[in-house]
Ligand binder design. Structure first.
Ligand code: AMP
Ligand code: MG
Length: 467
C-alpha cells in the first residue's frame, strides 16, 4: 500500500495550478483555507505517513485538492484516433495542427473590379485598356503592361498586378476602363500567407474544436485530424426505491432522475455515455454490476449509496471488487460524500470510479464540478475546468458556515451591464426544481456565514461547466 503524506496536499495544488493557470487565477483568495487542516489525517501536520486506506478514511478533502486529484486521474489523456473533419465538432486536438502551406495559398482579389499595376499609372482620370479576365478556379495570364484586367472576388491576382480597383469606382468606355482615383499598391489584394504562414501552429494541441476550427482545418486542406478518443462512461444508479420515469407508481418508489441528467452532461463533456440497469441495495448484485461496468468503461459513475447509512453499499462493494479508493469526502455543499478511486485492469488503463451522492442536486453539482472536468482531462482538453466569473449579488444569501458552498443562482445583468446573480430559495440537496432554474453556481467560502446583497462573488456558469 502506498503511503500519503500530508505535505502532498501542497504539491498537488501546485501541480494543479501549473496545469490550470485559469483555475488558480479564479480561486486565489476565494476558496477557503479554513478546512485545510481537515484535509490532513490526525497527525498529518507533523508530516507523518499513513497507509492509503487510513488516509482516505480520515480525510475530508478541500475542493481544490479533490479536483486536483481527480484531474490527475485523467492524465495522461486517452489514446489518439484520426477523425474526418465533418465529425470533429467538440473533439479535442491531440497534436498541434500546423499549417502545411500558406493561407491563403495565392494572392487574390477581395473585390469584383479591375486588376492594375500601380507603378504604371499617372494622374487620374486614368484610362487603361481592359485585357483578359481573372475568374475563380482558373489561373490568369500575366497582366499586359499598360493595361488592366477584369477580375472577380476570390480570383488570382495576375502576375504583374498589385492592386484591384473595385468596379463601383470604374466607368467603362468600350474596351477602356476609366479610374477616377489613383489606386494604392495592395488595395483589395489579399496576400498569400496573410491569414497564416506555412509552418505556423493553426490550432494548439488540447483545443476543444468548435465549428470555426473545422473551417480553419478545412481551409488548411486537412481532411482528417488526430484527436483524443472519447471516454466511455457507464452510469449506474443504485437504490431500492428507483423506477423508470413513467412506469407504475408503486407506493414508496420514486422516478429515477439522475441518470438522464448525468448522461446528458457527460455527452456534453465529450464522452460516450450510457446508463446501465438500476442496481438494488443488495451487496452481491451491487458487486456484480460494478465489476461488469469496470471492465467495460473508462469511467464508471455510481449514483447513491455512498454515505454511511445501513443500505449504503457502494464503498464496500467497490473495495470488494478491487477498486482502490483515493478519497470519499469533500468539504463542500452540496455533495460531501463522493467516492473516487481506480480499478486496475490487466494490460489496460485503470478504470476510474466516481461514486456520487444520490440526492439529485448533489449528483448534478458534483458531476458538473468533478465528473465533467475528469472527462475533459481524459479527452486531452487543455482547459478541463472552466474559469470563474465575477458577479454582483442581487440579494443576500445566509447560511451556516463550515463547507465551501456552491449556491444555485440565476444570472442577469445590472444597470451598468455587469453580471448579476440571484440565489434561488430552495438549496436542499434533493431540490431538482432550483437545479433546473439555475444557470450558475455562486461560490461561498467555507468560513463565511453568508454573502450580503451587492457583494461581488465568484460564480461558475452552468454553460461553462456543462456547455
Ligand atoms: P442515497 O445517496 O442513496 O442515500 O440517496 C439520497 C437521496 O437521493 C434519497 O432520497 C434517494 O431516494 C435519492 N436518490 C438516490 N438516487 C437517486 C436517483 N438515481 N434518482 C433520483 N433520486 C435518487
Ligand atoms: Mg440509496
Amino acid at each position: 500500500m502506498g503511503g500519503t503524506r500530508c505535505a502532498r496536499m501542497g504539491e498537488s495544488e501546485a501541480a494543479l495550478h501549473s496545469r490550470q493557470g485559469r483555475l488558480r487565477l479564479a480561486f486565489t483568495g476565494n476558496l477557503d483555507g479554513a478546512s485545510a487542516s481537515r484535509a490532513c489525517p490526525p497527525g498529518g501536520d507533523a508530516g507523518l505517513t499513513f497507509p492509503r486506506g487510513v488516509w482516505y478514511a480520515f480525510a475530508v478533502l478541500r475542493f481544490e485538492e479533490a479536483l486536483s486529484r481527480i484531474l490527475a486521474l485523467g492524465t495522461p489523456a486517452l489514446s489518439v484516433e484520426r477523425v474526418p473533419i465533418e465529425d470533429l465538432d467538440g473533439r479535442v486536438l491531440a497534436e498541434d495542427l500546423v499549417a502545411r502551406a500558406d493561407l491563403p495559398g495565392f494572392d487574390y482579389s477581395s473585390m469584383d473590379g479591375y486588376a492594375v499595376r500601380t507603378r504604371d499609372l499617372g494622374e487620374p482620370p486614368i484610362r487603361l485598356p481592359v485585357r483578359g479576365e481573372s475568374r475563380t478556379g482558373v489561373l490568369p495570364d500575366a497582366l499586359a503592361p499598360g493595361s488592366s484586367m477584369r477580375i472577380f472576388t476570390g480570383a488570382a491576382i495576375p502576375a504583374g498586378a498589385d492592386a484591384v480597383v473595385m468596379q463601383e469606382n470604374v466607368t467603362r468606355d468600350g474596351d477602356i476602363a476609366v479610374f477616377t482615383a489613383a489606386p494604392r499598391a495592395g488595395q483589395n489584394v489579399r496576400r498569400r500567407g496573410d491569414d497564416l504562414a506555412a509552418g505556423a501552429i493553426a490550432i494548439a494541441k488540447g483545443t476543444r474544436l468548435r465549428p470555426a476550427h473545422l473551417a480553419l482545418a478545412a481551409s488548411l486542406d486537412e481532411a482528417e485530424i488526430a484527436v483524443t478518443k472519447r471516454p466511455e462512461v457507464a452510469i449506474l444508479a443504485t437504490g431500492d426505491e428507483l423506477r423508470r420515469p413513467g412506469t407504475d407508481a408503486v407506493p414508496g418508489t420514486i422516478p429515477e432522475s439522475n441518470t438522464v441528467v448525468l448522461r446528458a452532461m457527460a455527452r456534453r463533456a465529450g464522452a460516450r455515455a450510457r446508463a446501465l440497469p438500476y442496481v438494488r441495495d443488495e451487496r452481491a448484485a451491487t458487486e456484480r454490476a460494478f465489476a461488469a461496468a469496470l471492465e467495460e468503461a473508462d469511467v464508471v459513475v455510481t449514483i447513491g449509496g455512498v454515505s454511511v447509512g445501513d443500505h449504503d453499499l457502494v464503498r464496500p462493494a467497490l473495495e470488494a471488487v478491487g477498486v482502490t479508493l483515493d478519497f470519499w469526502r469533500v468539504a463542500m455543499k452540496p455533495g460531501k460524500p463522493l467516492a473516487v478511486g481506480r480499478f486496475p485492469r490487466a494490460g489496460r488503463r485503470d478504470a476510474i470510479v466516481l461514486g456520487l451522492p444520490g440526492n439529485p442536486a448533489s449528483a448534478m453539482v458534483t458531476f458538473a464540478l468533478f465528473g465533467a472536468p475528469l472527462l475533459r482531462a481524459l479527452s486531452g482538453d487543455a482547459r478541463p475546468f472552466p474559469p470563474t466569473r465575477r458577479a454582483r449579488m442581487t440579494r443576500a444569501h445566509v447560511r451556516d458556515p463550515g463547507r465551501l458552498e456552491f449556491v444555485r443562482a440565476m444570472v442577469g445583468h445590472g444597470d451598468g451591464g455587469e453580471l448579476t446573480v440571484t440565489t434561488l430559495g430552495n438549496q436542499a440537496s434533493g431540490a431538482v426544481t432550483t437545479m433546473a432554474q439555475s444557470d450558475a453556481l455562486v461560490l461561498v467560502p467555507a468560513e463565511e456565514s453568508g454573502v450580503p446583497a451587492g457583494a461581488e462573488v465568484d460564480v461558475l456558469l452552468m454553460s461553462d461547466l456543462c456547455g
